[in-house]
Design a protein around this ligand. Structure first.
Ligand SMILES: Nc1nc2c(ncn2[C@@H]2O[C@H](COP(=O)(O)OP(=O)(O)OP(=O)(O)O)[C@@H](O)[C@H]2O)c(=O)[nH]1
Ligand SMILES: [Mg+2]
Length: 394
């Protein structure tokens, strides 16, 4: 889940951090008198403001890249009357000319513009390669760029700070998308207002996980004390009715079914009537897998919508289908109002870009992620879940 994207973005961040750390290390050491350059804890040299002249002496000589974790002594020093030092924005003080510093850094480093540009470009490639849409990528990088430009970062924590900015930009972009309905809460509200049974219709291409997702959600409804009847309205695919009946049996809920070739809308109608008659809270209406190009099947769903009048219409699409899913949803939504998307098979999707951009591209919110085949492998959508998966805090 997201491994590819996470790895690529993390590599881009690490590359950027490395450049900034190396640049900091290469700053001339004139700010300290020659004789003191080999000391790990030099005496105070007056002159430089405190923020700019903190020296950290690292203990571990092996890994200077994680200097902030390795410091053992911190000493502040001030340089007096050094014009170069006064001019310099970044105030790294090098401890040795011959060995790479192990931990001598100053308080803050200003990120270099051309490095930011290269970093942003690397992020762009990573995101596009991972199926994030072009528009979402651009929006994210614009936001990130403005956060980084001219930014001073704590030189002991460059990576942590950059990761923080990337996370913030991801949040900003994800939070700008329309928020979806919380299905279980929605059902509870409808039940409280007496608008039952709540009717939820599921549609989408072949094999994306519609029937499995209905079973997962039914499981979740049951756990919340909400009763369900299933409508086996896929009368098209061989074994679809049996598949739904098996789920219904496992979950201990009734299923309304007919024969193959029967009108799916009439099966839904019967299920709703059953729900009304038995005081059942929710009707879960399945449908046959269809391609957006198959107008017969699309008009079949349109008929189901007309007859069943669903309170919610949910599109079930595979995360792994790359950029094609956005086109499919756009095409479907020309004919049928879609209230939310459930993105399945995220567990099998190393790229994971759709999780970031499908809501932006289609204007339709993501409600859940399917993360496996078991009934509890259904994760409610949240920007936090996506950001933590794509760019975890160190
Ligand atoms: N790994 C993984 N597999 C899933 C997920 N959701 C569904 N599946 C599997 O995908 C396959 C197809 O699932 P179905 O629920 O039958 O899909 P469908 O959309 O109803 O298919 P049709 O009725 O043929 O259109 C099954 O083997 C499911 O177990 C998921 O989130 N992760
Ligand atoms: Mg099915």
């Amino acid at each position: 889940m997201f491994e590819g994207l996470r790895k690529k973005l993390s590599n881009a961040v690490k590359g950027f951090v490395k450049t900034e750390v190396e640049k900091a290390e290469e700053l001339p050491a004139q700010t300290i008198p020659e004789a003191k350059q080999n000391q790990t804890a030099a005496e105070p040299v007056p002159g430089i403001e405190q923020e700019k002249a903190v020296v950290h002496a690292a203990q571990d000589a092996e890994n200077h890249k994680v200097i902030h974790k390795q410091e053992t002594a911190v000493e502040q020093r001030h340089v007096e009357g050094s014009p170069k030092a006064e001019k310099r924005e970044e105030k790294l003080i090098k401890l040795s000319l011959t060995t790479k510093i192990k931990g001598a850094v100053l308080g803050s480093v200003t990120l270099n513009d051309s490095d930011i540009e290269r970093f942003v470009e690397a992020m762009k490639v990573s995101m596009l390669e991972s199926d994030v849409s072009y528009d979402t990528t651009e929006r994210f990088l614009e936001d990130l760029n403005s956060k980084l430009k001219g930014r001073k970062v704590n030189s002991r924590d460059i990576e942590k700070e950059i990761v923080g900015f990337v996370r913030e930009s991801l949040f900003d972009v994800l939070k700008s998308a329309k928020e979806g309905v919380k299905i279980v809460d929605f059902a509870k509200q409808q039940i409280a207002s007496g608008n039952t049974p709540v009717k939820i219709l599921f549609l989408g291409p072949n094999g994306t996980g519609k029937t499995t997702t209905i079973a997962k959600l039914t499981h979740s409804f049951k756990n919340n004390g909400i009763s369900v009847v299933m409508s086996a309205s896929d009368t098209f695919r061989a074994a679809a009715i049996e598949q739904m009946a098996i789920h219904a049996q496992r979950l201990g809920v009734p299923v309304i079914k007919s024969t193959y070739g029967a009108d799916p809308a009439s099966v839904a109608f019967d299920a709703i009537a059953y729900g009304k008659a038995h005081g059942i809270n929710v009707v879960m209406i399945d449908s046959a897998g269809r391609q957006e190009t198959n107008k017969n099947l699309i008009s079949e769903v349109q008929k189901m919508v007309k007859v069943a009048k669903p309170d919610l219409t949910v599109y079930v699409g595979e995360s792994i289908s790359g950029n094609a899913i956005a086109e499919q949803i756009k095409e479907f939504s020309k004919y049928i109002r879609i209230d939310g998307i459930i993105l399945t098979k995220l567990d099998a999707d190393a790229k994971g870009g759709n999780a970031l951009s499908i809501a932006q591209v289609t204007g339709i919110p993501v409600l859940f992620f399917g993360t496996g085949e078991s009934y509890d492998a259904l994760v409610p959508y949240s920007p936090e879940f996506v950001v933590n998966a794509v760019m975890p805090n160190n």
